[in-house]
Design a binder for this molecule. Structure first.
Ligand code: ATP
Ligand code: MG
Length: 479
């Protein structure tokens, strides 16, 4: 059928109906406002988005449905449209019937008849979802950045630790290999002296006298006797002079090991009396070289022991990273951290006041080692490696409390409230990321359900960490 078949009146009606349906069916919010602010018309999407029923429209003016956050901005827009200015891409926040904000974006135009303003028309799109996803994306980006920064801080901390550790491992390793070389040299020297004695044809009794003093020296060496340096020098001098008087060529290199084994001039005189004169020098040498072998072996044993201790601490320190939930003696982690940080803490007097009866605490994720590490690292920076750090532990009800106090310069009053903020640092650029205490705070509070506080005055800064003791222990102690 063609349009001409209909009367102008029905064509007009049909056209009117068509536009009505298009407008009603649109997903955008469409509104027509009279100059006095009352509503001439709104579509279904408008009702749906703002929650008002059709019967409520007559009692509303446009300002009832604009959120107060954008009221002023919208009043300006309305005035502009009333003056015949078309507005595109404007932001409007509508106010839902329940008071919530409905963020929209759209355009507004005016309708004039014979030069007179009849109404303003607005077409708006609800952009809540878009804003939400933009907000989520921004939050995600921030979280990712913070996560990355935290990871970098961990890596930097690891770098610092491994630098300190390699230094710590290097010292005993070097001492052990130096001492192992000494053992070889001392054994060769001792063999040569033994041969000399055999060539001199010493008797079994002579040999027994030498061995007996050697054994006695060996035993004495193990007894740690505290003598002053002055005393030691005096004794060494006496032995050296006596040996010189008795034509011992290496008098002064033998004097020190003999002195440290508590040998006196009288004992040397007894030995001399029991031997042919020419046997004295190789005999004393044999004893001194034997002592030197023992001394070097002691160093090897101490050094390798220290290496094992460091390796065990590292193992225990890093294994925590893998286990999820563990009940641990809080002191174990503190001790391991002290071993690992030994290099950074060099020169600082560490005072431990531990209540070893504290029950185990339940640790999660990477445990509390990073907490001790970061606080001790800060303390080392604050004391300039020459003060004192006191670590106290005690039980307070269901909590294990650890207090770490340093004698550094203290935290200024204006800095104190900010120290747990991420990226807050007062250290020169490049030397601190400001994430140390942020990580500490997260581990203590979020991961372990504990608390952490800091108090400071010049010369005294205390961090107090309280974490719950293992739940099983709590249960049994309360029943
Ligand atoms: N024991 C302390 N004595 C004095 N000031 C401290 C002490 N501990 C922390 N602070 C202050 O708190 C700030 C933040 O510490 P945080 O450990 O978070 O970062 P940082 O040590 O500066 O850097 P990072 O730990 O990443 O190397 C420090 O810059 C310092 O000003
Ligand atoms: Mg720090």
């Amino acid at each position: 059928m063609k349009d001409e078949q209909f009367s102008p009146a029905s064509r007009l009606q049909e056209s009117e109906q068509r536009y009505q349906e298009i407008i009603e069916g649109a997903s955008d919010l469409i509104q027509s406002i009279r100059p006095d602010g009352t509503f001439e018309f709104v579509n279904r999407s408008w009702h749906k988005a703002l929650g008002y029923g059709e019967d409520e429209l007559a009692g509303l003016v446009i300002w009832d449905v604009i959120h107060q956050d954008r009221l002023e901005e919208c009043q300006i827009h309305f005035m502009q449209v009333m003056q015949g200015i078309d507005l595109e891409n404007i932001r409007v926040d509508f106010r839902h019937k329940d008071g919530s904000k409905v963020p929209c974006e759209g355009s507004a135009h005016s309708r004039f008849v014979d030069g007179q303003l009849i109404a303003t028309h607005g077409f708006f799109r609800d952009i809540s979802e878009r804003l939400n996803s933009e907000r989520l994306a921004t939050e995600n980006r921030k979280l990712e950045e913070a996560e990355r920064a935290r990871y970098q801080e961990k890596m930097a901390a690891l770098g610092k630790l491994s630098a300190g550790l390699s230094h710590e491992l290097n010292n005993p390793a070097a001492a052990a290999s130096r001492s192992a070389r000494n053992v070889t040299q001392a054994l060769q020297a001792r063999d040569a002296l033994q041969r000399q004695l055999l060539e001199q044809g010493i008797s079994l009794e002579n040999w027994a006298a030498i061995e007996s003093l050697g054994t006695w020296c060996e035993e004495q060496r193990r007894v740690v006797s505290e003598i002053s340096t002055m005393d030691a020098n005096r004794r060494e001098e006496a032995i050296g002079s006596w040996l010189e008087e008795h034509q011992v060529a290496e008098a002064w290199s033998y004097a020190q090991p003999l002195m440290s084994a508590d040998v006196t001039v009288d004992r040397l005189a007894d030995l001399a009396a029991a031997l042919p004169a020419e046997a004295l020098e190789p005999a004393v040498g044999w004893i001194a070289e034997s002592l030197s072998v023992q001394e070097s072996l002691d160093v090897v044993s101490r050094s390798t022991g220290r290496i094992s201790q460091l390796v065990a601490a590292v193992k225990s320190y890093s294994f925590r990273d893998q286990a999820q939930v563990q009940d641990v003696d809080i002191h174990e982690g503190i001790e391991n951290t002290l071993v690992i940080l030994a290099y950074q803490l060099k020169g600082i007097d560490i005072v431990k006041d531990f209540d070893r009866s504290i029950p185990p605490v339940r640790t999660y994720g990477s445990g509390l080692n990073q907490v001790w590490t970061n606080i001790l690292d800060n303390a080392a920076d604050a004391t300039g490696k020459s003060g004192r750090v006191t670590i106290t532990t005690r039980r307070e009800g269901d909590r294990a409390v650890v207090e770490i106090t340093d004698t550094g310069g203290g935290i200024p009053e204006e800095v104190l409230p900010r120290i747990f903020e991420p990226f807050y640092t007062t250290k020169p650029q490049g030397s601190g990321t400001g994430l140390g205490l942020d990580i500490v705070w997260r581990i203590v509070t979020e991961e372990h359900g504990g608390t952490i506080t800091a108090e400071s005055e010049p010369g005294r800064t205390t961090f107090s960490i309280a974490v719950p003791v293992c739940p099983d222990v709590r249960d049994t102690s309360s029943s």
